[in-house]
Write a protein that binds this ligand. Structure first.
Ligand code: BGC
Length: 718
């Protein structure tokens, strides 16, 4: 590769180099236009976001390969985020599976479908640690924990990139958005971020480092500024850390128009200035700002950038093309599309099953298929809404809704009456609600599919109020009055504040947007063909005012204690009578449900944790194990989680940090020994002034079913 690329580079003109750094999204009409074909012929475009039509793509590729001076192939890219035609749960739902194998399988299928349509580069995975449910892009993330983002991000990259049939990459993945995008102030998209040095290293950079180590083919820089420097021109982070410290030599692409956006940021005077700052900030490809195409030559002539800058970027790009095998075979087979195969739909169904989190069960689930079942709610029959955000090429005829699946399951066994109540999640008409109530009154049990339409989450879709939209709460109250048992299923792109609705329900499944097969998956869970095994990858807040609320917070000097809620404060109580600890009068302390939480149709009992030693030195391996017994009647998966706390640090340390998890099948009545290993490497954190260190002292370790339970045991690092 190096010899080939160096030779090619040595034969390129400045214009051709700049062409490689220019990316366009011409759309279908553009692909047919003469101007685009002429630009490709002249080598003025290196990569494209392109429509997935092999014949058309091949036509334009042929111009690049056969008619441009050096014959450098194009790369066709698309945002394949959680599926191409077959849609898997949104990434937040995929994280809830706590099952990296299923995530890897999902991206393998997405890669197969996308590649068969000519796409060789996807802008995924997004590993922006997301702790704010107001932020619409939390849907696209693997949730609030850096370790989880790293594990699921790596699984995604493997699924996309590996090709078992050749030495080349299958579909190039992209670690985005580098970095801190999820820390948007107030959960408002594109907003400014303030991230301390230790948060940057321990929280936001950590998953990106894991992806760089995994060999992800590309990075995308984020829209946001971080501590005052937009990420499209942030040399200290994007060059000093990513390139120099981590040695990353893949491609860095800008986000859509993000180079130009450094002007409204107030960081660059104009597009030319922005182009220069982006080059200096290590951005190899300009996505849709036209800053490089318009200004790089001028900047070069003025000596503001050097040809070495261009060579570095172009080498990265050519290497990516080489790694994709494009110099050998740049074309896509026409008519070879592999869309929505039965095995792909089955995998999507399994992922959706594992992504649903059982939050509450007063014993009514699983339901028996008998009597009369009322299916209500705006998400019960919303096949396209259940796909969630970012799936522009989805097969919109493929999704099976919940009501369809429930009907199919109950055929000949129970009667199903369907009244949506609200035709969409923001609906307000009381008329529909009255009909749903009548349906409920005539039934033995109510299945209420509530939530958010897909347009309410995703990019630039932030909400300050994260309760159920429209008249859904009113509908829940009206249903509750019927006295019928209610199963509430929440289908949403974010953690919603649904404490009241949960209180009113007899059983609650938090299902996120489950993708093409969400309906059958939910029906499998409701009727007990599958046992719930999803876990929250993010805390479920009681109300938006608590945000940020995440499990691996640091303690205060006055941890919550003797909480007195607003309504319980005696009238005229004196300031000194309530104590002075850290909580909200109206929300108490902590989330409604914590990270890692989720129920099953069986119960598990955790035995005491055994450590291989009570002391370790750096270089030792500590083994921690525990017997987990399935004490109920159903064979089921349990997600066993390992948490650690550094009890005393030279900086305050999180109350718990996830260090491992394992999802294991335990047959009813049996137990399994679960073992984790830890070394001092796993205990390192970024100490301001000292860098990554593991400090001697005592640590507490839990093996637990979620981030708030378990009995901690101590060990010492000496
Ligand atoms: C998003 C990216 C995406 C890009 C290309 C941008 O608006 O922030 O995540 O990859 O568009 O579609």
């Amino acid at each position: 590769m190096d010899v080939f690329v160096d030779d090619l580079l040595s034969r390129m003109t400045v214009e051709e180099k700049i062409g490689q750094m220019h990316q366009l999204a011409p759309g279908r009409a553009g692909m047919e236009a003469d101007w685009l074909r002429e630009a490709v012929r002249k080598g003025e475009i290196g990569t494209m976001l392109a429509p997935g039509e092999p014949a058309l793509l091949n036509e334009v590729q042929r111009i690049a390969v056969e008619e441009s001076r050096l014959g450098i192939p194009l790369i066709y890219a698309h945002d394949v985020i959680h599926g191409y035609k077959t849609v898997f749960p949104i990434p937040l739902g995929l994280a809830a599976t706590f099952n990296p194998a299923i995530v890897e399988k999902g991206s393998e299928i997405a890669a197969m479908e996308a590649r068969s349509a000519g796409m060789r580069w996807t802008f995924a995975p997004m590993v922006d640690v997301s702790r704010d449910p107001r932020w619409g892009r939390i849907a696209e993330s693997f949730g609030e924990d850096p370790y989880m983002n790293a594990v699921m991000g790596v699984a995604t990259v493997r699924g996309f990139q590996k090709d078992t049939t050749s030495e080349y990459l299958n579909v190039a993945a992209c670690a985005k958005h580098f970095v801190g995008y999820g820390a948007a102030e107030g959960g408002k998209d594109y907003n400014t971020t303030h991230v301390t040095e230790d948060q940057l290293r321990d929280v936001y950079l950590a998953p990106f480092k894991a992806l760089a180590d995994e060999g992800v083919a590309s990075f995308m820089c984020a829209f946001n500024d971080i501590n005052g420097r937009p990420m499209s021109g942030n040399r200290p982070v994007a060059v000093d850390i990513l390139r120099d410290e981590w040695g990353y030599d893949g491609v860095m692409v800008s986000d859509w128009g993000s180079i130009a956006q450094m002007v409204p940021h107030g960081y660059c005077t104009d597009l030319k200035d922005a182009a220069g700052r982006a080059v200096e900030g290590g951005v190899d490809i300009d996505m849709e700002s036209r800053a490089y195409a318009t200004h790089l030559k001028e900047l070069l002539e003025e000596g503001k950038i050097s040809e070495r800058d261009l060579d570095r970027s172009v080498r990265n790009i050519l290497c990516m093309k080489w790694k994709l095998g494009l110099f050998e075979n740049p074309y896509t087979e026409v008519g070879g599309e592999k869309f929505c195969l039965p095995s792909s739909l089955e995998a999507s169904r399994e992922a959706a099953v594992e992504s649903a989190v059982l939050l509450k069960n007063d014993g009514m689930l699983p339901l028996q298929c008998k009597g009369r079942i009322a299916v209500v709610g705006p998400l019960a029959d919303a096949p396209v809404e259940q796909l969630g955000t970012w799936c522009g090429r989805a097969d919109e005829d493929a999704p099976v809704s919940a009501v369809e699946a429930v009907r199919a399951e109950c055929a000949g066994k129970a009667s199903v009456v369907f009244e949506p109540g609200l035709t969409f999640s923001r609906g307000r008409s009381e008329k529909g609600i009255a009909k749903a109530v009548r349906a409920a009154e005539s039934a033995d049990v109510v299945l209420f599919f509530a939530g958010e339409e897909r347009i309410l989450s995703g990019e630039a879709r932030c909400r300050a109020d994260i309760t159920l939209p429209g008249a859904q709460k009113e509908m829940m109250k009206a249903l509750k009055k019927t006295g019928k048992p209610i199963v509430l299923v929440v289908m949403a792109g974010r953690p919603l504040a649904v404490a009241e609705e949960i209180e009113m329900a007899d059983a609650v499944i938090y299902a996120f947007h489950g993708g093409t097969m969400a309906g059958p998956a939910l029906s499998d869970l409701i009727f007990g063909k599958a046992v719930p095994s999803g876990r929250l990858p993010v805390c479920l807040p009681r109300m938006a005012g608590q945000i940020p609320v995440y499990y691996n917070r640091r303690n205060t000097g006055r941890p919550a204690h003797n909480i007195v809620m607003l309504d319980d404060i005696p009238i005229g109580a004196r300031q000194s009578t309530l104590g002075h600890t850290s909580y909200y009068l109206d929300a108490g302390d902590g989330p409604l449900y914590t990270f890692g939480y989720g129920l099953s149709y069986t119960t598990f009992e955790y035995g005491p944790v055994t450590l291989s030693s009570s002391e370790i030195t750096s270089g030792d391996v500590l083994k921690a194990s525990c017997e987990v017994r399935n004490t109920g009647n159903a064979d089921a998966y349990e997600t066993v989680q390992l948490y650690v706390r550094d009890d005393v640090g030279s900086m305050t340390r999180p109350v718990r940090e996830l260090k491992g998890f394992r999802k294991i099948l335990i047959p009813a009545g049996e137990s399994r020994k679960v073992e984790f290993t830890l070394t001092s490497e796993d205990l390192k954190y970024w100490n301001i002034g000292q860098g990554f260190i593991a400090e001697p002292g005592t640590y507490t370790l839990w093996i637990a079913p979620d981030s708030a339970s378990g009995t901690g045991v101590n060990f010492e690092l000496i």
